[in-house]
Design a protein. Structure first.
Ligand code: NI
Length: 397
């Protein structure tokens, strides 16, 4: 390495204005999963300005870019997600979303800007050997863009030896990075459950099967799965998110439709969940003469950080910030489709602190007022570039 890692953060801070400008342009023009055409065009333009040629489209709107080292060698991948959320932003910043009902409230705008920043840092001072593949993927929030990227060859020819990513974290102070080995994001399962009874007159319940009353029992019983069916040392969350049913106050509802989600790290609980729900709901509904229909869909698998990559993730974070600013990250029951990359190659996702209480930047991800401290952007860009560079150096050695 001709320049030391110690001044890597200084070099990243020198492009702070670019990072903010890129992030703000993306933030103002958010797009939902698999609709990121404008976002992708913007990002392709940023990369071309740096002399990095974007690939043909992958996964619809996604694409890759490659920053070559000085001589050929192994490949390492870095990933950013491009999609926004179907939420109305409640911030009045000059860069607030101009698209009603759509906003970057999970920080994916920052992820993309930091990956472009990493591309700039790497292009200005290429790694000695190998290549860095930059993955800009669609649809992290919904639809599993990562899985589609892999289907379209994002991890092929050649296969990268490792993949790294960062997610912004408003529970961690700006100037810090949080890391964790092993499971970091839970698996996701979604279900629709219909409780079918028999309609009737509200005053004559004995002639009907009240789907509302049965659904109430089913909801209560399903909560017992977390405490009685799941292993207490393995977290298990079941949430019923919607309840719909009935026509009028004086009519017994013939059916109630419930929908919900299941989160766990444990693959056995992930596999068992549909049968647990079916058995519980069928039994309770059957006790009152009602029937159920269950549709269950397995979503993202659990994201498991490969502990063998921790030395790069932590070593670079410590050299940028100081070891006392690298903390242990908590696990999250939220899903993250970075999981799919980890099924193919060693993968590690870190958390970048973006919280700043003094400036009121404290709202959680997906909150209508979520915003981040842009002082985090050079840190994230330097970390991404740094882990790629250091991993390539070590892989070559
Ligand atoms: Ni996110």
């Amino acid at each position: 390495m001709d320049r030391t890692e110690a001044d890597a953060l200084e070099r990243a801070r020198a492009i702070h204005d670019d990072l903010s400008a890129w992030r703000r342009q993306l933030h103002a023009h958010p797009e939902l999963a698999f609709q990121e055409a404008g976002t992708a065009a913007t990002l392709r333009g940023f990369l071309e300005d740096l002399g990095v040629r974007p690939s043909a489209p992958m996964a619809g709107t996604g694409f890759a870019g490659t920053v070559p080292g000085r001589v050929p060698g192994p490949t390492v991948a870095l990933r950013a997600d491009m999609d926004a959320l179907p939420i109305q932003e409640a911030n009045d910043a000059p860069y607030a979303s101009v698209h009603p009902g759509v906003a970057h409230l999970c920080g994916h705008d920052a992820h993309c800007a930091m990956l472009v920043g990493a591309a700039k840092l790497l292009a200005d001072d290429p790694p000695a050997r190998g290549a860095v593949r930059l993955l800009f993927q669609p649809a992290e929030e919904e639809g599993g863009g990562a899985e589609r990227m892999i289907e379209d060859g994002a991890l092929e020819s050649p296969e990268p030896g490792a993949i790294f990513a960062l997610h912004v974290d408003p529970s961690v102070d700006v100037g810090r990075i949080a890391l964790r080995n092993g499971p970091v994001h839970a698996s996701v399962g979604d279900f629709d459950l219909v409780v079918r009874g028999e309609g009737g007159h509200a005053a004559k319940p004995h002639q009907a099967v009240d789907a509302v009353a049965v659904a109430g029992q089913v909801i209560t019983a399903l909560q017992q799965l977390a405490s009685r069916a799941a292993d207490p040392v393995h977290p298990f969350v079941l949430t019923i998110g919607t309840v719909e049913g009935g026509f009028a106050r004086n009519v017994i509802a013939p059916e109630v439709r419930l929908s919900g989600t299941v989160r766990t790290f444990d693959p056995r609980q992930r596999e068992a969940a549909p049968e647990w729900i079916r058995r519980c709901a069928e039994g309770v509904a059957g006790a009152f003469g009602a029937r159920i229909e269950l549709e269950y869909r397995h979503g993202y698998p659990a994201t498991v950080n490969d502990a063998s990559l921790r030395p790069w993730a932590e070593g670079v974070a410590a050299s940028l910030l100081g070891g006392d600013r690298v903390e242990e990250a908590p696990t999250s029951m939220g899903g993250e489709d970075f999981a799919y990359y980890g099924r193919v190659v060693p993968a590690f996702i870190g958390r970048l602190g973006v919280r700043n209480e003094g400036r009121g930047l404290v709202h959680p991800l997906h909150h209508p007022k979520f915003d981040l401290d842009e002082e985090a952007l050079p840190i994230g860009a330097a970390w991404l570039a740094g882990v790629a560079r250091r991993w390539l150096d070590d892989a070559a050695a």
